[in-house]
Design a binder for this molecule. Sequence first.
Ligand code: XUL
Ligand code: CO
Length: 436
Amino acid sequence: MTDYFPGIDTIAYEGPTTDNALAFRHYNADELVEGKSMREHLRFAAAYWHCFCNGCADQFGGPTRTMPWEDADPMQTARNKVDANFELCTKLGIEYYCFHDTDVAPEGETLAESFANFDEIAAYLKAKQDETGVKLLWGTANCFSHPRFVHGAGTSCNADAFAYAAAKIAKAIEVTHALGGEGYVFWGGREGYKTLLNTDMGRELDHLAALLKMAVEHKKKIGFTGQFYIEPKPKEPTKHQYDSDAAACFAFLQKYGLENDFKMNIEANHATLAGHDFQHELEFSAINGILGSVDANRGDLMLGWDTDQFPTDIRETTLAMLSILGAGGFTTGGLNFDAHVARESIDPVDLFHAHIGAMDAFARGLKNAAAIRAGGKLDAFKKERYGSWDTGIGAQIEAGQLDMDALKAYMLDKGEVDANASGRVEMLENLLNDYI
Ligand code: XUL
Ligand code: CO
């Protein structure tokens, strides 16, 4: 194995009392929770773009991180990044990774050259997957960075930009399929608008649906059986992104008859940008049967943009795992750490501290959520809160047996509603804290 992270061994579980910073305190891969190993529940993935491509430049300064895999020759850098990826995942015990086409291979002078670069690196990725057992959770195409996508990709006013995006997406699905990827993500980076003064919203959305329909057809044509996901985000880079939250995506999918072909990839930081809790987006997806995968990160509530920090908040991971377990857990999806180290964290070892903390945070979230479920108090409270729907008038309404005249007669006769019970918000918040 290569040595981009010298002096770092395989990270072991040492339990909560260890003082070794390079050890897991809570993530114990083989430990069973609700009869399933933590590894199978959590299905961690490393995000190629943040780990190996993002030097932590910001609008005021260039990259700060030491990235020893970088070489003067872009194809050599690409090969080195493959090595670094599999070294990182193997040492951390992370079973999956995720990429955009342009993360793994540089764009060439022509589309044909870009495809050739992608194929060459894909073959190397495949060899390293076979050697290490690390797998591809999902792939995607970057249809947002290049200036050709200035007006969007699927929603561009320039039909050629749509065609270019379709070509890139087709190729990225093919490579994902060849690598045995379990899913494919559509995040609409530039699919939105700055001003309606120059935008035909209806036409743009029809085009976006057409692109997704073509992707579904292409998937079937090549025999790819992985799951398609849409990743909602309300703003950044565009002011109004069409896929603003899970509810907007679900409405869009239903309008165009695509609701059975896509699930959601819910990102924590995107949820908060949309003005929602992370758990709200998970729960909305769960009740509609579209909870697919998760980009596990964290925002900063003091900042209004996508800070993509590693998740460390145990309350958040607990609530997230409560919804994920409630939905029956992941099938093709997992927890992809769509997060980068801080600009000040400049050493390769910082990638390890970041992932160890995030994996431990989700391990604690998983154990807490399982304990809450086993305790049964939250469920019992909810069940009792809706008790008026289990018998009598509530049960009849739910069964569709009554119309408005019947309810009018019922209420005229009864006069007033039964006394309301307290929602016990603070008691329940205290109960949650008992588990954290
Ligand atoms: C952008 C973002 C993307 C998607 C994949 O905010 O989250 O990295 O996860 O394109
Ligand atoms: Co993401």
